[in-house]
Design a protein around this ligand. Sequence first.
Ligand SMILES: [Zn+2]
Length: 78
Amino acid sequence: MSTQAKKRTSQQKHERASHFALSPKQFSECPKCKKPVIPHRVCQFCGYYRGRDVLKLDTKEERKKKKGKKKEAKAKNR
Ligand SMILES: [Zn+2]
């Protein structure tokens, strides 16, 4: 195993670490549902991207129906 030639000073360590900080994520607003979305990505909430609906997402009522069906199935199995 090789060893380092010279010890790095704390100054050198801090200079290197000066680029490690993370910057906060930038969000833009979905033109359809007005929720914050990551730029250049399909909106997770409504499936909207570049002027059209890309994803076929369930509406709130459809999700409720599905949840109800799952609960019924679970109750039957018991
Ligand atoms: Zn949206």
